[in-house]
Design a protein around this ligand. Sequence first.
Ligand code: GDP
Ligand code: MN
Length: 349
Amino acid sequence: PSEFPMALKPGDPGWDDLAGIKDGPRMNATFVTLARNSDVWEIAKSIRQVEDRFNRRYNYDWVFLNDQPFDDTFKKVTTSLVSGKTHYGLIPVEHWSFPEWIDRDKAEKVRQDMKEAKIIYGDSVSYRHMCRFESGFFFRQELMMNYDYYWRVEPSIELYCDIHYDPFRFMHENNKKYGFVISLYEYIETIPTLWDSVKKFMKNHPEHIAAGNAMGFLSEDGGETYNKCHFWSNFEIGSLNWLRSKAYIDYFESLDRDGGFFYERWGDAPVHSIAAALMLPKEEIHFFEDIAYYHVPFTHCPTDDKLRTALRCHCNPNENFDWKGYSCTTRWFDINNMEKPEGWEDQKK
Ligand code: GDP
Ligand code: MN
């Protein structure tokens, strides 16, 4: 059996006959992108990469979401590039505004302070709406209700290797609920009280905490403190039904009430990651070693030389972030007793 689940190697049946692979069962799945009209040329690049490396053989749909109506250029360009069907959704204003329990003067004061402290996006209102939307609402937009799995794609990303199998089907057949490629430490200034809020949720809802979860990824002291590790959510392949579950909705609503999306600058990355790590058995979270990815400023490039050749990768392995000091992926491997790929130690520096 292949050491890389479902990745084909030269000589395997289907390697030369890519059209044959897509004859397996199709998943009820979609790409999903939140974007502004002005992001059109940057999302065009991302789509081209996703299509070249994967979707031209699978033709999955693509849902675009925006807090403003998409313009004709955006729709025309993206529809011409996506090989599946495209759908365009306007986000309801309730999902992109201050909830009534938020004190706006207090929130504004925080933005001023964060601006002075030069915290990235610290003074931005729209960035906060974006993070709250990605945390609690994208998966229950009307257009998303038709699907079981999503793959999130942002503008200006790159995919560096061929994907010779269907990651959605992989998720389904292996009962995975959340997939990532890059993990790292969050800036503590953006989430000073997030863990307090999480602890409150855990206390109120012990029924949602999974046995055999990945608390070890988040905390070095059994949950007393947060080590700031999170999966980078600009890339995600995940289960929409899990995000729509009572457990996740209770979690989001509890956090949302505490106000940290506005009184701090909670990101959807730590919010999703903490949910996955606490409310799923750890086997249901998957690290996609074979999906090579870039979002400024980090790269995931497969460590193993043979895998890179087999998948016709064009990333520079020296830029692989996985084993560097600021990545949490070593920790992920360690808590799961996973064997690290050959050559990982040479990439530490
Ligand atoms: P970063 O990756 O954290 O630096 O944040 P980005 O600027 O890439 O934003 C994350 C995602 O949200 C991207 O897909 C953006 O296109 C999208 N986004 C950010 N702000 C807005 C906004 O105000 N409106 C809309 N519609 N999309 C946004
Ligand atoms: Mn981005």
